[in-house]
Design a binder for this molecule. Structure first.
Ligand code: AMP
Ligand code: MG
Length: 492
């Protein structure tokens, strides 16, 4: 691998030009590297000229490359075609403001898409400008890296470059480009596109390609399409259980935003919940609460049924049989999810069994009911159970004291010590999450004073959320007035 470059080997190009449009990023006025993920760059094996990374500066020679003003050697940029169900309705979409620079092979032989987001219009932009705001890209950088710190499969953020150009939204904002890195950007909606607009042969080719790329042990399956559906289902169960563990609300679980690899991505309107409310929604456009916190598993299941539908023509020649086979796989979801979810919730209160007793399941239910009634903080309640925080407010109530006693009795009954329970909980319960008021506060300090100090301190805390490091207390307090009218916006 030469210096200042990725080790590109872009297999997506071999699928043929019905799957993408070759298009270059549109140059920007004055690209400046504002954020650079040094640790991740190292993992990717990216070697930079004239930069030792020691004095806190960034390798500015990458700014023209990570803005798309210049092309990395070996890059043949493309916008990928995809469709998707947005809030339940089918649409043709595609990369309208993102461009894939190429697939990079890291030193550990893992393959990653290197994508610029906010890199200018493409044939799929429709009426959009192809651009992104600095605030939204900083937010994505922060939250995706927080998710990574939490141990949740996610797209990563390598860099944010400011463009020196303005972006026109409800108000005029600074523009930026994010370098997004992911195992691939193949979506449920990618399959919907192929099924809807391309040939059956292309659907077969795409299915084989995706299996080889993400689930290579399954390529020899007797029924590749069915094998793919099952693998994606398993990964989605795993992913959603993680989201439920930390109180993450994705906010726009359209089928084009659900990855086949099972990574969280598209961080537009997402947010973490403070007070527990299963019906919690932050996204300003989700007026019916379709993507509310507790709806996420059901929506993931619905999205998988869209994937199944797209794969039907190649699951079996006989449509009735294809539907039956697909249903058999889809019907695995409820049990797999419930099992994984209860195991996770059990671990959040210190129980380490795959098969929780009815009493422990009741214990979890009574806790969640009480949390809902009291709008108890989703993160801190478990830290109180873990004896990490000093009891105050509702955590000094008789209900909570009695609940803790019941829990202790059940732990004793299972022969589990307090120490063992705490060790289990420490792996599940983050000490810090990107609380909305802090996210806004650090984004404000970058936007209004151009100062990254607060942003970087917060980012550092979020990168090791299970470690009791110094100065994390400030990030642990929920907002004084709850989430109030906090709202997030898409497509910014
Ligand atoms: P999202 O809401 O980010 O999942 O985007 C949905 C669709 O809108 C995708 O096809 C995006 O590429 C496209 N899109 C979002 N924002 C823009 C923009 N500013 N310019 C062009 N296309 C956009
Ligand atoms: Mg999207």
């Amino acid at each position: 691998m030469s210096r200042n470059n990725f080790n590109f080997n872009t297999t997506y190009a071999s699928l043929g030009d019905s799957f993408f449009e070759l298009v270059n990023p549109t140059p920007v006025k004055t690209p400046q590297l504002l954020l650079f993920n040094q640790a991740f760059a190292k993992e990717l094996g990216l070697q930079m000229d004239q930069w030792d990374g020691n004095n806190g500066s960034f390798p500015q020679e990458l700014a023209p490359l990570l803005s798309g003003n210049q092309l990395f050697e070996g890059s043949a940029p493309m916008a990928q075609a995809y469709a998707g169900h947005q809030f339940g309705y089918f649409n043709m979409l595609g990369d309208g403001r993102a461009i894939l620079l190429g697939e990079h092979i890291a030193p550990n032989q893992k393959r990653f898409d290197i994508q610029l987001k906010g890199s200018g219009p493409t044939p799929y932009s429709r009426r959009g400008d192809g651009r992104a705001t600095l605030r939204a890209m900083l937010r994505e950088y922060l939250i995706s890296e927080a998710m990574y710190g939490l141990g949740i499969p996610t797209s990563r953020s390598l860099a944010v470059v400011t463009t020196g150009e303005k972006v026109y939204r409800e108000e005029i904002q600074d523009g930026a480009i994010l370098t997004r890195v992911m195992q691939s950007h193949i979506r449920v909606g990618s399959f919907e596109y192929v099924n809807h607009y391309l040939t059956k042969d292309e659907l077969v080719a795409y299915t084989n390609y995706t299996l080889a790329r993400h689930y290579p042990t399954q390529v020899e399956s007797a029924n590749p399409a069915l094998a793919l559906l099952k693998q994606v289902l398993i990964q989605q169960v795993h992913l959603i259980v993680h989201w439920m563990r930390v109180g993450f609300i994705h906010g726009v679980m359209n089928t084009d935003n659900m990855s086949i690899s099972g990574e969280t991505f598209d961080y537009g309107p997402c947010a973490f919940m403070n007070g527990y409310d299963p019906a919690k929604v932050f996204s300003s456009i989700d007026t019916n609460g379709r993507y509310a916190f507790a709806n996420q598993p059901g929506i993931a299941h619905w999205n998988l049924s869209c994937l199944a539908n797209a794969l039907l023509p190649i699951i079996d020649e006989d449509q009735t049989k294809a539907i039956e086979l697909a249903k058999d796989v889809l019907n695995l979801f409820p049990n797999l999810y419930t099992e994984a979810y209860t195991t996770m919730m059990g671990a959040k209160i210190g129980f380490n069994q795959n098969q929780l007793s009815e009493e422990v399941i009741e214990l979890i239910k009574s806790l969640l009911n009480w949390m809902k009634e009291n709008q108890a903080d989703y993160t801190n309640t478990f830290l109180h159970i873990q004896s990490v925080l000093i009891p105050e407010g509702i955590y000094t109530s008789s209900f909570f004291a009695e609940w803790l006693l019941k829990r202790e009795t059940l732990l004793n009954k299972e022969g589990s010590s307090k120490e063992q329970a705490i060790a289990i909980m420490q792996l599940q319960n983050p000490l810090v999450i990107p609380r909305n008021h802090w996210v806004e506060k650090v984004l404000d300090s970058v936007s209004y004073t151009n100062d990254l100090t607060q942003f970087n301190s917060f980012l550092t805390a979020l990168q090791s959320p299970y470690l009791q490091t110094t100065n994390i207390e400030i990030y642990q307090a929920p907002p004084e007035n709850g989430d109030g009218f906090y709202a997030t916006f898409c497509g910014t």
